[in-house]
Design a binder for this molecule. Structure first.
Ligand SMILES: *[C@@H]1O[C@H](CO)[C@@H](O)[C@H](O)[C@H]1NC(C)=O
Ligand SMILES: *[C@@H]1O[C@H](CO)[C@@H](O)[C@H](O)[C@H]1NC(C)=O
Ligand SMILES: *[C@@H]1O[C@H](CO)[C@@H](O)[C@H](O)[C@H]1NC(C)=O
Length: 317
C-alpha cells in the first residue's frame, strides 16, 4: 500500500510518451455524410481554371455528386460541349463544415481525377485567413507528376534540408511570397501515388498528422503489405507511432507550426487548366495537344475519368 502513490506517479509520468501518437475518432465521412459534413462551394475558381463550381443541389441533380451506401463520388461534367465565350466546365469543390487544429486526417481514396487538364487536390486551409492560417496540400497532382505534398505559409517557415522521410524535397521555404508560391514541397517516390497508376491499383490511403512539433503525410497504395491495420480498418483509435517513416515530413525546427497554422477546413477540389495545369509547358508536357482551355471546351468525353471516389474520410483528434 505504501508504494501506491509512487506507482501512480510513475504511471502518470509515462503517459505522454506512451500515448504520443494515439488519437480517437472524431468525424467519419462516408457516403451521404459527405453531403451534410461538407459544403459545396459555388465560387469563382481562385486558380482561374476552366471550371464552373456548382452548388450541392445542382451537383446532385446533374449526378456530378453521387452518394450511395459506402460510395461518394464528385466529378466534372463529361457530357457537355462548351461555348468558348460561356462559363467553364461544371465541377465540384467541397469544404468541411468543421475546422481542425492538431489532428489526423485519413483519406481512403478509390479513384482520383485523371486526364488532360485535370488538377485535383485534397488539402486543408483557412480560406478567411490565407496565408496566415496556413495551407497543407495532401494530394495535389495532374497526370504528369508524382503527388506533391506541401505547406504554404506566411514568412519565416523553413524546412531543414535533411529530414526522415521517403519523399524528395523540392523547395524548403514555405513562405508564399517566395519561389512563386510553390510552397515547400515533397514529391512522393512512387508513380502509384497519383493518376492512372493510382487508379488502376484501386487507389490507396493518404494520411496527414498535424501536431505543434511536425506535420507528416503518409501514402500507401491499397494493395501494399504495410498499410497500418488501425488505419485500414477505420478503427476507433489510431496510433501514428506505428505507421513508419512518413512520405513527407515537415518538422518545426525552423517553423513554429502552432503560430503558422490555425483551424483549417478540409477541401477537396477538381479544377481544369488554371494557373498551374493550364500552362502550356505543363499541359503539353503531359502529352496533351493544343491549348488547355480549347481542350476542356471541346472534349467532354475526355472527362469520363475526371472524378474522385472516396470510401471514407476520417478525422481523429
Ligand atoms: C485546389 O487545390 C490547390 C491545392 O493544391 C489549391 O492551391 C487551389 O487553389 C485549389 N483550386 C481550386 C480551384 O479550388
Ligand atoms: C450517377 O453516377 C453514379 C456513379 O458514377 C452511377 O453509378 C449512376 O448510374 C449515375 N446515375 C445516373 C442516373 O446516371
Ligand atoms: C517544436 O514543438 C515543440 C512542441 O510543441 C516545442 O516544445 C518546441 O519548442 C518546438 N521547437 C521549435 C524550434 O519551435
Amino acid at each position: 500500500m505504501r508504494f501506491a502513490p509512487l506507482a501512480i506517479l510513475t504511471a502518470c509520468s509515462l503517459l505522454p510518451t506512451a500515448f504520443a501518437g494515439t488519437y480517437s475518432i472524431s468525424d467519419t465521412y462516408i457516403g451521404s455524410s459527405f453531403l451534410s459534413g461538407f459544403v459545396h462551394e459555388a465560387i469563382a475558381d481562385p486558380t482561374h481554371g476552366r471550371v464552373n463550381y456548382v452548388d450541392q443541389a445542382t451537383a446532385v441533380a446533374q449526378n456530378l455528386t453521387y452518394a450511395h451506401g459506402n460510395t461518394f463520388i464528385i466529378r466534372a461534367d463529361h457530357t457537355t460541349t462548351l461555348s468558348a465565350s460561356g462559363p467553364g466546365r461544371n465541377s465540384v469543390r467541397i469544404r468541411s463544415q468543421k475546422t481542425y487544429t492538431t489532428h489526423v486526417a485519413v483519406f481512403d481514396i478509390v479513384h482520383m481525377p485523371q486526364g488532360c487538364s485535370t488538377w485535383p487536390a485534397a488539402w486543408e486551409t483557412d480560406g478567411s485567413n490565407w496565408p496566415n492560417g496556413g495551407e497543407v496540400d495532401i494530394v495535389s497532382v495532374n497526370d504528369q507528376s508524382p503527388n506533391l505534398m506541401s505547406l504554404h505559409t506566411s514568412a519565416n517557415c523553413n524546412m531543414p534540408a535533411s529530414r526522415t522521410m521517403t519523399g524528395t524535397a523540392t523547395v524548403n521555404n514555405c513562405d508564399v511570397n517566395t519561389d512563386g508560391n510553390s510552397g515547400c514541397g515533397v514529391q512522393a517516390p512512387t508513380t502509384n501515388s497519383y493518376g492512372p497508376s493510382f487508379n488502376s491499383n484501386g487507389g490507396g490511403f493518404y494520411a496527414m498528422e498535424r501536431t505543434n512539433s511536425f506535420i507528416k503525410v503518409w501514402f500507401w497504395p491499397r494493395n501494399a503489405g504495410n498499410v497500418p491495420s488501425d488505419l485500414k480498418s477505420g478503427a476507433a483509435s489510431v496510433n501514428t507511432a506505428n505507421w513508419g517513416t512518413p512520405t513527407a515530413n515537415f518538422p518545426n525546427t525552423s517553423c513554429d507550426i502552432a503560430s503558422h497554422f490555425d483551424a483549417n477546413n478540409i477541401i477537396i477540389n477538381l479544377t481544369l487548366c488554371g494557373d498551374w495545369a493550364g500552362q502550356a509547358s505543363v499541359f503539353n508536357g503531359a502529352g496533351c495537344a493544343g491549348s488547355c482551355v480549347d481542350f476542356v471546351n471541346n472534349n467532354p468525353s475526355s472527362f469520363t475519368n475526371a472524378y474522385w471516389q472516396f470510401n471514407a474520410v476520417r478525422v481523429y483528434q
